[in-house]
Design a protein around this ligand. Structure first.
Ligand code: AMP
Length: 392
């Protein structure tokens, strides 16, 4: 996976325009950043480039502005945050154009400029060659440190590095890639995966590819109900993707053939509606008027037992609607148990990372990935668009 990829500490950055694609897609409310983790995580790479005498140009997307300027999705608060907490950072009101060019050309060695949200231009998502060519003017050296965005072949992740001769991955990217490389190549067993979240359809690819790598998959969240229903259990009003029954049945058959275990919930916390009163259902079948919103206690105990001899555990996706106090217990119980395990533990995906943090056990998890979608795609395909573009 890493063959052919250079890292930032192998590059000569002195007096060069160093374009760093970062992931500053942080939550902002009324101009105030709610969680700056992603910015803080990128500081190692940015500070390194600055200290090496680079003229640093930072670029990121934020949210989904649909190709138009939207003041609520401006990166300006990020430039202010870095200036307040770390060092002065200039801000450009756009990411291309004459004014930005002037700001880039005025940069002195060791200075930092943050460009405005790349996705204010539809050409970013469309991976337009002309847009990549414009960004390329700001780029003697290209660095990708945006692991969480690297599964998307957008202009700043794919088209741009393909046009650059000097390119490398940053330190955050390096940490992530080395960890997943280790995970994919590690021969230690047993290796278990815990998958949760809303939709099977978004995780079907990763389930299929994980079946070749792991010894057991424990399933929670709404995903579990599609599996249970396909196997003939009653799931009431739970979120079920009927169109996936055939696929799910094939997965279960393949698991049987391989002697690989897929473990499903045996009891549930339910309600008549999403925000309704919680009701415990002590068996696999859910009455017609209820929907499953969390795994029950028997399932938590079962999952703990199933995980107890693990050497590696990978977790992505909550076990229930963990945003609600009534349906978060299963997710937090699993997070707490993971922290006690004598196994290499890897957590990815915004919701599971949030659960691990809220449970106060992040220090006991070996690797907390900054990219949910990216880490799943990496496990599924063994590479990412952003990695491949660095090799060309
Ligand atoms: P994902 O982005 O696929 O990891 O899904 C995360 C979302 O799944 C969270 O917002 C959860 O509230 C939601 N979720 C988890 N379990 C359930 C469930 N049983 N029913 C409905 N939504 C769920």
């Amino acid at each position: 996976m890493l063959e052919g990829v250079k890292f930032i500490d192998e590059m000569n950055l002195q007096s060069k325009k160093v374009f760093i694609r970062v992931d500053f897609n942080v939550p902002v409310k009324n101009g105030v950043i709610q969680d700056a983790t992603r910015i803080d995580e990128a500081m190692e790479t940015i500070s390194y480039a600055k200290n090496e005498g680079a003229r640093v140009i930072l670029a990121s997307h934020m949210g989904r502005p649909k190709g138009r300027f939207n003041p609520e999705l401006s990166l300006k608060p990020v430039a202010e945050y870095i200036t307040g907490r770390y060092f002065h950072t200039y801000f450009a009101e756009d990411c291309t154009g004459g004014d930005v060019k002037k700001q880039v050309n005025d940069l002195k060695d060791g200075e930092v400029l943050l460009l405005e949200n790349l996705r204010f231009h539809p050409e970013e998502k469309a991976n337009e060659p002309d847009f990549a060519a414009k960004l390329c003017e700001f780029c003697d050296v290209y660095i990708n440190d945006a692991f969480g965005s690297s599964h998307r072949a957008h202009a700043s992740v794919d088209g741009l590095p393909r046009k650059c001769n000097e390119k490398a991955a940053g330190f955050l990217m390096k940490r992530e890639l080395e960890y997943f490389d280790m995970l994919l190549n590690k021969s230690e067993r047993p290796f278990y995966a815990i998958l949760g979240g809303a939709k099977v359809s978004e995780k079907i690819g990763v389930i299929e590819s994980l079946m070749d790598k792991v010894d057991k998959i424990l399933i929670g969240g709404a995903m579990a109900y599609t599996f249970l229903n396909a196997l003939g259990a009653k799931t009431g009003k739970s979120l079920v993707e009927n169109e996936l029954f055939d696929t799910v049945k094939k997965i279960i058959k393949k698991a049987d053939d391989k002697n690989m275990k897929i473990v499903l919930p045996v009891d549930h916390i339910c309600s008549t509606e999403f925000n309704g009163k919680p009701e415990y259902v002590a068996e696999k079948d859910i009455p017609d008027d209820l929907m499953g919103l969390d795994i029950g206690n028997k399932t938590v105990e079962l999952y703990k037992k199933e995980l107890s001899d693990a050497k590696i555990v990978m977790w992505n996706g909550p076990m229930g609607v963990f945003e609600s106090n009534d349906f978060c217990k299963g997710t937090f119980d699993i997070a707490e148990y993971l922290a006690t395990l004598d196994a290499v533990s890897v957590v990815g995906g915004g919701d599971s990372v949030c659960a691990v943090k809220k449970a106060g056990v992040s220090d006991s998890i070996d690797h907390i990935s900054t990219g949910g979608g990216a880490s799943l795609e990496l496990l599924e395909k063994g590479t990412l668009a952003g990695i491949e573009a660095l090799k060309t």
